[in-house]
Write a protein that binds this ligand. Sequence first.
Ligand SMILES: [Zn+2]
Ligand SMILES: [Zn+2]
Length: 255
Amino acid sequence: MFFQIIETSSAGNCAYAECEGIRFLIDAGVGIKKIRGYLSKRGLDILDIDAVFVTHEHIDHYRALKNFKGSNAKIFANRLTAESIQYLDSATKCLDWRIFSTGEAFDFMGIKVSSFPIPHDTSDAVGYRFDLGGKTLVWVTDIGKLTLSVRDIASHAQILVLESNYCPRMLDNSNRPYSLKMRIKGSHGHLSNSDAISLIEGLDSTLVDKVYLAHISRECNSVSHINELLSGIASSIRTKIEIVPPLQESSPFDF
Ligand SMILES: [Zn+2]
Ligand SMILES: [Zn+2]
């Protein structure tokens, strides 16, 4: 199994995973050039992608989706998310959409896929759990607050991608409009650093191989600030944590 985040921040989100010859993306919210460039480094092309799993209809999660027209990729989303993206970008209407119900588990070419609801200000945003190659990969970004069910799902992950979007002080001091600050901090906005760390503190470090901290705000957060927070609790956390800076690839998870 191979997993790598191509990019993650409020500007764009896309990750690549591969297991036993099956290749898929989680979200396609970066420019198509970036996706093509990444795939070509791996000797691949967009035609080699079997599926894209879409979390919700914000542009930083579906920007490049229309470019999968005529490809082999099946585009997985729940109905409200698919309809919203097709409304926002009519060029996506002709894609090979595969609709699931939020909360149901299904098989995709031998990979068990489960979606789960997350509180975010879109029609029906989801996170994903993938059981592949003997590992469990859980993707949770764009989440306004941590629900008990999300904490439970995350606790089963060997590879966890978790939003750590903003520092409340940096957000308050930013030039962003008051309404946007309230939206980000709200129960259907984004996850603060301290909330993300509270989840990590509750993980069983013997079960988790790696946590990627993702969807980091470029203006209202910084890698050094998250590192400071993590160093304050380092003695109680033995989990391997990687902070993925905005616009950069993560390191790969490969075994
Ligand atoms: Zn987002
Ligand atoms: Zn979003």
